[in-house]
Ligand binder design. Structure first.
Ligand code: FES
Ligand code: FES
Length: 159
């Protein structure tokens, strides 16, 4: 299959890759660019492990062609923290014990980030509803929801 040279904008950097038309963004992130933080679970759009942000919105990278990511801003778990410290969501997941094996965690955190970017103070119901596509085989989800709740910025408290 004929390959195309593309440039992707990921986590504030430019990456060059030679991709086939049927390469998913997930394949390119992990196998061509070595960004292994994004996980491959079902590869069918059913588990959320591969969630990244595309122009700030949560997207399943196993369902998106790499070619369709050209010109868009891709954020993966590696790019979440800009300071070298854990991002508040990462810290909350650790503090709350919201992960066990951690396989689902990058996808969970990217979805949570999209939720909080859209609404800094979501209700528990909204968090549960919007995270319903992120499956975990280890936790009972309760601590995951609590971790996201702990990172909310209650209305009127922004600085
Ligand atoms: S790997 Fe993409 S949704 Fe499961
Ligand atoms: S912590 Fe193991 S799959 Fe979620």
């Amino acid at each position: 299959m004929m390959k195309t040279a593309i440039e992707l904008h990921i986590n504030g950097d430019s990456y060059d890759a030679l991709v086939s038309p049927n390469n998913t963004l997930l394949e390119v992130l992990r196998e061509k660019l070595g960004l292994m933080g994004t996980k491959r679970g079902c590869d069918l759009g059913a588990c959320g492990a591969c969630t990244v942000l595309i122009d700030g919105e949560a997207a399943l990278s196993c369902l998106m062609l790499a070619l369709d990511a050209v010109g868009k801003k891709v954020t993966t778990i590696e790019g979440l923290s800009e300071t070298g410290e854990l991002h508040p969501l990462q810290k909350a997941f650790v503090d709350q014990g919201a992960l066990q094996c951690g396989f689902c965690t990058p996808g969970m955190i990217m979805t949570a980030q999209a939720i909080l970017q859209e609404d800094p103070d979501p209700t528990e119901e909204i968090i549960k509803k919007k995270m319903a596509g992120n499956l975990c085989r280890c936790t009972g989800y309760k601590k995951v929801v609590e971790a996201v709740m702990n990172v909310r910025t209650p209305a009127g408290k922004e600085d």
